[in-house]
Write a protein that binds this ligand. Structure first.
Ligand code: AMP
Length: 190
């Protein structure tokens, strides 16, 4: 079984958030979602929130330096000492490199990148459903959805090429019921 320093990776709509909730319970580790952190700041209208809103409303990534500083601070907290489940970070190669640096400063390393994959058509259909259910501004507009898919392909997917040679990527087929997908993920950590 890999260790518990884990990244949950995949395109928007892959089910990262849903699966993270299950996996954090299974492994008893904190769930760190950068999307949730940004939404919290946006809701509370903090300075960070105002910056994040400018980008997330358009389906763009919040700038690396802002995001990396936020994650660095979070990974400095005591509850992550026994492991963590990062959801939605890293989303760019500079973020992946920064994560390695943050961890190596603590004599730690990443143990697994759980890569949930689904097709582009499935992404579109899931995000438009989520817009109707959750009212997320960044899920509602087809142009924003397309931006998020393009951003994933151009900026986030290169993280996989960065991680593959390290032999820590665990590929998970993301189509199926929530329980089917979570059983596939649980099998990695059995
Ligand atoms: P999510 O809930 O993970 O889809 O994130 C919602 C939005 O927050 C994204 O579309 C980005 O604008 C922003 N965001 C979340 N995580 C990151 C990240 N690692 N780097 C940059 N922006 C992010």
């Amino acid at each position: 079984m890999p260790g518990k320093n884990i990244v949950l990776f995949g395109p928007p709509g892959a089910g990262k958030g849903t699966q993270a909730v299950k996996l954090k319970t299974l492994l008893s580790i904190p769930h760190i979602s950068t999307g949730d952190m940004f939404r919290y700041h946006i809701k509370n209208n903090t300075e960070l929130g105002r910056t994040a809103k400018e980008y997330s409303n358009k389906g763009k990534l919040v700038p690396d330096e802002v995001t990396i500083a936020m994650v660095r601070e979070r990974l400095g907290q005591d509850d992550v000492k026994g492991g963590f489940l990062l959801d939605g970070f890293p989303r760019s190669k500079p973020q992946a490199e920064a994560l390695d640096n943050i961890l190596s400063e603590k004599n730690r390393r990443l143990d697994a990148v759980v890569n949930i994959s689904i097709s582009d058509d499935e992404i579109r259909s899931r995000l438009s459903k989520r817009a109707a259910i959750e009212g997320r501004a960044d899920d509602a507009d087809p142009a924003v959805i397309q931006n998020r898919i393009d951003t994933y392909k151009n900026q986030s997917e290169p993280c996989l090429a960065y991680y593959r040679p390290k032999k820590i990527v665990k590929d998970i087929h993301g189509i199926g019921s929530i329980d089917e997908v979570s059983a596939r993920i649980a099998a990695v950590f059995a």
